[in-house]
Design a protein around this ligand. Structure first.
Ligand SMILES: Cc1cc2nc3c(=O)[nH]c(=O)nc-3n(C[C@H](O)[C@H](O)[C@H](O)COP(=O)(O)OP(=O)(O)OC[C@H]3O[C@@H](n4cnc5c(N)ncnc54)[C@H](O)[C@@H]3O)c2cc1C
Length: 286
């Protein structure tokens, strides 16, 4: 069941679930996907996914082994496979007295997922210090590994435009920093998160993007509509952070869809703003 692969703990069965160990195996899988015209999805740590209770009638791929390589390749450059956990990358950078990624500490997930989502905070995003990535085209795996420099990627607010690719690896160009100060900073960043977010629950972080050019964040809009605590089935809007929806234990994707639709409609009526989901919906239409 895919629920075992998401932080929300929601998601039905996948028709095929493949752990790929290296690029060669991934190319073989993509060739089969192309030949049989199968739906395809690569997942990281599932920390930004709402997957349908019906599951996924195609191939789900998870990147293992070769994709978890993490190394210093030059004095200030780090190579990270797409399957490396973001926290590991940041700790590795700090251990090597390299600065640039510390504001992202505490964002769950893999490096590949973070690049796809251009994950970040109000202070920085994963793409800020990225030099290049290596990818495979999902529809044309026969082209082999393609190198894309940051300037060639259409990064924006929580988007990368990389939907047609599997991200294989990344190289970050960082600045020299003071190890003790960097360690202090990542602890501060983590403590702030612990104060403001319902950590230790089944959630997927912020459900909605912040509306552009608006004085209120999505969380503020939801809070101002008195929706904190709003519940459907076993899911409810966090009372701590209004942009988080929590699965108490046995929530279904349908419970989440009901809450998401309700929030969109109430906020639209009161503030004339249409909130857009930040989380990726898999086999779900709103
Ligand atoms: C408690 C909590 C706090 C969070 N805080 C933040 C935050 O502050 N800022 C923020 O931006 N996000 C935040 N998130 C959301 C989430 O952690 C990020 O979006 C994260 O980068 C997703 O990484 P993942 O590996 O879990 O990706 P997944 O959720 O597995 O996948 C997300 C998307 O990336 C794609 N993807 C994954 N790996 C690859 C790959 N190798 N190649 C191509 N596509 C790929 C998937 O197909 C999917 O479309 C939070 C989530 C939680 C649970």
């Amino acid at each position: 069941m895919l629920k075992q692969h998401t932080t929300l703990h929601i998601g039905g069965p996948a028709k095929f679930f493949v752990n790929v160990r290296n690029t060669k195996e991934l190319i073989s899988v993509l060739e089969i996907v192309r030949k049989y015209k199968l739906p395809f999805l690569v997942i990281g740590a599932g920390s930004n996914l709402l997957i349908s209770d019906e599951g996924f009638a195609g191939v789900i791929v998870k990147l293992r082994d070769e994709f978890r390589e993490l190394k210093l390749i030059q004095e200030k450059k780090i190579y990270a496979g797409a399957g490396v956990m973001l926290a590991m990358l940041i700790k590795f950078a700090v251990d090597n007295s390299l600065s640039g990624l510390e504001e992202l500490f505490g964002i769950p997930g893999t490096v590949g997922g973070a690049i796809m989502m251009n994950a970040g905070t109000k202070n920085s995003t994963i793409s800020d210090n990225l030099e290049f990535i290596e990818v495979l085209s999902i529809s044309n795996p026969q082209y082999g590994v393609i190198k894309l420099y940051k300037e060639e990627i259409n990064f924006g607010y929580r988007r990368s435009g990389l939907e047609n690719f599997v991200i294989l690896s990344s190289v970050f160009n960082l600045r020299e920093g003071n190890k003790e100060e960097l360690q202090k900073r990542i602890t501060e960043v983590l403590l702030t998160r612990a104060k403001t977010q319902p950590l230790g629950t089944f959630n997927a972080g912020c459900i909605f993007k912040n509306p552009e050019n608006h004085k209120y964040t999505a969380a503020m809009l939801i809070d101002k509509c008195n929706l904190k605590g709003f519940q459907c089935g076993d899911a409810y809007v966090s009372t701590q952070h209004a942009n988080f929806i929590i699965n108490k234990n046995n929530a279904t994707s349908k419970d989440f869809v009901k809450i998401i639709k309700h929030i969109i409609s109430v906020v639209k009526k009161k503030y004339k703003v249409k909130l857009e989901p930040e989380i990726k919906l898999v086999n779900i239409k709103l």
